[in-house]
Design a protein around this ligand. Structure first.
Ligand code: NAP
Length: 278
C-alpha cells in the first residue's frame, strides 16, 4: 500500500484528505492519504523519519512550508524560485525532493476556466493584489505562462518590491493609490490577500477602471463567491474562484506518489463545495 500525508499545525481544517481520498476511491488505488498534526518544534524529527515510516511523500502546509524548503535534499527549480515547498516526493535517486504546486495549480485553473487564450487579455498583463506566500507562487506561475507585464500592489510596499527581483523586466511594484491607472491596463486582476475571506473585511476596491475583456480571479475560497467576484460578475467580467487552485495544486503530488494523473472533475468540485457549505 502506498502512503502519503498532509502535515500542518493545525491541520483539522485541511481539505486535502477529501481531495486525495476522492481520487484514491475513484481510481481504485490501494493507498492512504493521512492528516498529520505536527508542531513546529517537532517538524525536523517528523521530516527525518519520513523514509522510515514508509511514506511515498506528502503535502506540507502552514506553518511548515519554509522549514520544508530548508530541510529537503533537492528542490525543483520552481520551488527554488518561490522559496517554499508544499509537495514532497522521493526522486529517482531516492532523495527527498521539494516542489511548489501552487503556481501550476493556479495556472491550470485559469486555463480550464477561461480557455488557453486568457493570456492574450489586456496584451498579457496582470495586476496582483497582495505580496505574501501565495502571491509569490502566482507571480512565478504568471511569468512561466509568458505574461508580458505583472504589476503587484500590497499594503506593505516593501513586500511588493521584493517580488520585482523575480524578473525586473516584467514585474513592477505599484502603490495602492496607483490602482485605478493600473486596472485600466490589466487583462487579469488577481486577489491574493486574505481580504474577503470568512472573518476578514472585504477587499474594498472599485472595478470600474478594468477593461471589458478583463478577468478577475480570487484565490480566497471560503466563501466561494467573495465580494470581489460578485462585483466582477455585476460588471459582466469573467470571474474565477479560488477553489480550482486548491484542486489543481493537488494533481502533481498525487501523480508522483500514486503514479496516476488524476482529473479535476465537476464531481470532485461538488464534493468540496458541499464540505465548505457544511
Ligand atoms: P500571507 O503570506 O500571510 O499574505 C497575506 C497577504 O494579505 C499579504 O499581502 C498581506 O499584506 C495581505 N493582507 C492581509 N490583511 C490585509 C489587510 N487588512 N489589508 C490589506 N492587505 C492585507 O498569506 P498567503 O499564504 O499568501 O495567503 C493569502 C490568502 O490566499 C489566504 O486567504 C489563503 O487562504 C489564500 N490561499 C488560497 C490558496 C488556494 O489554493 N486557493 C492557496 C494559498 C493561499 P501585508 O504584506 O501588508 O501584510
Amino acid at each position: 500500500m502506498t502512503r502519503a500525508f498532509v502535515v500542518g499545525h493545525p491541520i483539522a481544517h485541511s481539505r486535502s484528505p477529501l481531495i486525495h481520498g476522492h481520487w484514491l476511491r475513484q481510481y481504485g488505488i490501494d493507498g492512504t492519504y493521512e492528516r498529520v498534526d505536527v508542531a513546529p518544534e517537532a517538524f525536523p524529527a517528523f521530516f527525518a523519519a519520513l523514509r522510515q515510516k514508509g511514506f511515498a511523500g506528502g503535502n506540507v502546509t502552514i506553518p511548515h512550508k519554509e522549514a520544508a524548503f530548508r530541510l529537503v535534499e533537492s528542490l525543483t527549480p520552481r520551488a527554488e524560485k518561490i522559496g517554499a515547498v508544499n509537495t514532497l516526493f522521493f526522486d529517482g535517486s531516492e532523495r527527498l525532493c521539494g516542489d511548489n504546486t501552487d503556481a501550476p495549480g493556479f495556472i491550470a485553473h485559469l486555463d480550464q476556466s477561461l480557455g488557453l487564450d486568457w493570456t492574450e487579455r489586456g496584451a498579457g498583463t496582470a495586476l496582483v493584489l497582495g505580496a505574501g506566500g501565495a502571491a509569490r507562487a502566482i507571480v512565478v506561475g504568471l511569468l512561466e505562462r509568458g505574461l508580458s507585464r505583472i504589476r503587484v500592489a500590497n499594503r506593505t510596499p516593501a513586500r511588493a518590491e521584493a517580488l520585482v527581483e523575480l524578473d525586473p523586466a516584467r514585474v513592477e511594484a505599484v502603490t495602492w493609490l496607483d490602482l485605478p491607472a493600473a486596472m485600466a491596463r490589466t487583462g487579469l486582476l488577481v486577489n491574493t490577500t486574505s481580504l474577503g475571506m470568512v472573518g476578514q473585511p472585504p477587499l474594498d476596491i472599485d472595478l470600474v477602471d478594468l477593461p471589458e475583456e478583463a478577468a478577475v480571479a480570487d484565490i480566497v475560497y471560503a466563501p466561494l463567491e467573495t465580494p470581489l467576484l460578485a462585483a466582477a460578475r455585476a460588471r459582466d467580467l469573467a470571474a474565477v474562484d479560488g477553489l480550482g487552485m486548491l484542486l489543481h495544486q493537488a494533481v502533481p503530488g498525487f501523480a508522483r506518489w500514486f503514479r496516476l494523473t488524476p482529473s479535476v472533475t465537476p464531481e470532485l468540485r461538488a464534493r468540496i463545495v458541499a464540505d465548505l457549505a457544511a
